[in-house]
Design a protein around this ligand. Structure first.
Ligand code: HEC
Length: 147
């Protein structure tokens, strides 16, 4: 009787493990960022960036630049990772509108994976089209910025 219980518990454990790794496997099989990356990225966007850049990523005229069809978001990964890590206080011009408010740094707030996820999400939403950002790229930039 006891043995059967152990078997049942072991099987349940296996099911739980399978359910947990399923999204990751699906992602790997598809060879690109899957829904879980996008879901995580969207959540980070909503929790961390939305207050300033707005729900539609349209920004606020004269205050916060848009992340829609942004040359920064779609530009080199190295540059946009740097903006999220270090913040930005250079001034930005997008569509003839200038922005001079500073953006705070998020390097200590967000982990490498979180930065990769939010940027991958942004680079495929809001009219942006650019390659995903990987956690390896983010880790490398973090190392370089430490030097
Ligand atoms: C406190 C407000 C605030 C928050 C929160 C914020 N930003 Fe920004 N962001 C700004 C401002 C202001 C600028 C313009 C900085 C400048 O003019 O130098 C900017 C600029 C940018 C730019 C470059 C310009 C553009 O429009 O493409 C990117 C990319 C960006 N932010 C991404 C993000 C991401 C990703 C997050 C969340 C992790 C985030 N920001 C959170 C205020 C904010």
């Amino acid at each position: 009787m006891k043995k059967r219980l152990v078997v049942v518990i072991t099987m349940l454990g296996a099911v739980v493990v399978c359910l947990n790794i399923r999204p990751t496997l699906a992602e790997a099989a598809r060879g690109g960022p899957g829904p879980s990356t996008m879901q995580r990225g969207q959540k980070i966007y909503e929790q961390t960036c939305l207050t300033c850049h707005q729900a539609d990523a349209g920004g606020v005229p004269g205050m916060t630049p848009p992340l829609q069809k942004s040359p920064y978001v779609q530009g080199p990964a190295v540059k946009v990772i740097g903006i999220v890590m270090n913040g930005l206080n250079d001034g930005v011009e997008i569509d003839g509108e200038t922005y001079t408010n500073p953006m705070p740094p998020f390097g200590t707030v967000l982990k490498d994976q979180e930065i990769a996820d939010v940027l991958t999400y942004l680079r495929s939403h809001f009219g942006n089209k650019a390659a995903p950002v990987t956690v390896t790229q983010v880790a490398r930039i973090r190392q370089e910025l430490k030097k």
